[in-house]
Design a protein around this ligand. Sequence first.
Ligand code: NDP
Length: 226
Amino acid sequence: MKPRVLIAGASRGIGLEMAVQYAAEGWHVIAACREPEQARHWLPPTVDLQAMDITQAESIATLAWHLDDAPLDLLIVNAGIYGPDTEHFTAPSDEEFDRVMRTNVLGAMRVIQAFAPNVAAAKGCIVSLTTRMASMAQTTTSAFGLLYRTSKAALNMVSRAAAAEYGPKGAIVVCLHPGWVRTDMGGADATLSVTESVEQMRHVIGSLGPGDNGRFLDQSGRSIEW
Ligand code: NDP
């Protein structure tokens, strides 16, 4: 049977490239997008396109119901938003806070909770896309992107807690920094193409073992300090 991956947020950027590369390698790819009809135009025809908005609990539940107890070798929690592009320490509005935290934190919690049993059944991996900018240890010189970084620091804790819960059940749970990548979010000046970043991350994901459960890694497989 083909290995199976579910990508949460596969319409653009890193998630789309993950779908393209895993499909080319012969995986059964379940690409979950907010607007699946649009993504159909640029995703390979073999990709199993499904609707899921990670800010909508019913939307996650519908896809979980559809998958039932089908094993998943890999779950990629990729969907994320940047929020206000602040240069200095700037508190967000209530609306901005709710939007970013609901997507990057609550959405990730719900997606992991919904599909972790499928991953554990396959002794598979749960990979959440985070950022080096969320490292407490490395945040010493600037407060830019305050809300985004705060949300990703919270996501890191979500990933650690999921590692504690689902590691003993057979899953390997990590959070992964993709590098600085030329996407809508990363911008045109970023150092890595989306192809390079995803190739490197796939290599890291392919070499994960049970001893990696709970780690915070970059796209080269190096540990990032929390
Ligand atoms: P993009 O902004 O290019 O793409 C974001 C993706 O997330 C889109 O597919 C978008 O779908 C999806 N998404 C957003 N909100 C939701 C939602 N509520 N439900 C479902 N899908 C959603 O970002 P990147 O590809 O650059 O980033 C991917 C991940 O990597 C993010 O988590 C980001 O934080 C992280 N990252 C990126 C870096 C970079 O340099 N690019 C660096 C560090 C981390 P839609 O088309 O519907 O909006």
